[in-house]
Design a protein around this ligand. Sequence first.
Ligand code: F6P
Length: 472
Amino acid sequence: MPRTVIVSNRLPIKVQRTEDNLTFQSSEGGLATGLGSIYRADGNVWVGWPGLYVQDESEEEYVRAQLAEDSMAPVFLTESEIRDYYEGFSNGTLWPTFHYFAQLAVYDDALWQAYVAVNEKFCKAVLAQTGPEDTIWVHDYQLLLLPEMLRKARPNATIGFFLHIPFPSYELIRVLPWRDELLRGMLGADLIGFHTFGYMRHFLSAVSQLLGLANHNGQIETPTRTVLVDAFPMGIDHARYAEVAASAAAQAHVSEYREALREVRVILSIDRLDYTKGIAQRLRAFELLLQRYPEWRSQVSLLMVVVPSRDQVAQYASLKEEIDELVGRINAQYRTISWNPVHYFYRSFPLDELAALYSMAEVAMVTPMRDGMNLVAKEFVASKADQRGVLILSERAGAARELSDALIVNPTDTGQLAEALHEALVMPEEEQITRMANMQALVRQYDIFAWTKLFMDRLAYAKTQQLSLATS
Ligand code: F6P
């Protein structure tokens, strides 16, 4: 029976070394939930990096055996591979370029070579798990070359690819010295998925201008095959977020936080540490709100959670310093003995505490400079049982295409952001409820399970089309 193999840079599990043993902790991530029913089905498997440097072969075998019990197969990466392929080419070249921060991108052939080599390593690992007729679903920018590598080895396999970050304008892509190889790598798939039609259009334009391949309604004819391109906006597990937010554990946290904050209203900001997220601009906008509308002083606090991420990449470390400084400055200037303007947390939170923050916040500020989708926006919406609360959302997050009932802002316009904060804080309850109900209906309907099914169904369709073309 044909199998399905999921491939991503990281496995949906965290393997960590403690003093005398290894711990295995499943990821709560949306992708892992959505794909759970697929990779855990009989004989299927998820291939990826377990996030740990193994010390010797016996440890490697032990990790492999443990992961196999949960339908996962590890690709072990060395410290230099992580430095050059993950921190280097993936997060030092592709990430800034695809998020329109081209000035931060490094162009270094040694990093490119590492990227090619690690994609080959993933290819070998996937081939070891698959037969000629299997279905393979490859995820994200760390593995752009993998579909073509797999296609060469398995010409008849059904291969899907989904990009979780934006696909930028041709003008950005054309700057990359390895642009043709990257596009050809993706074209090894039968179906290529993006979060929005905008990203899909940029991809089709790049393929046409750089490779000379035209498309008809998102169908690209390569010399040997047809490739389908489509938009699949990713969702979350709405039911789970709604359930956790309403749980006794989360509500106990809400009471505890409320008691500590008393009557002060809460603007929430939750992100991974990343320059694409607009965290510093958000702090400046909050500062401007306090300047323009002094009546909010002592009445509202910004609760800012920044989750540590990629701290070995230089720009991330300097962003952390900038945020520390800004928070310090705002708090030093405005705080009183009984009121703290910014409550800043540099760590991750367990799901029930996160749900408590979503549930209690009057306003969520989700204002990235660029973001493929942004699931925080959807998590906030799903957690609002009483439908009160206002979402301020960047026009440059993929989610803005769907969540048009949010207050949509240009995240670089600090003045507009400060005004949106004020508008959110004075918005009548009735309007909050109407907007939130509309957004909830959408997030509930297009959840992570619907997303997975849509992609898999379309992939099966793409393959049948290939076969009928091949035999006609
Ligand atoms: O948004 C892209 C993404 O790769 C997500 O899939 C992932 O959760 C996040 O960035 C963090 O990635 P990592 O910690 O693996 O670099």
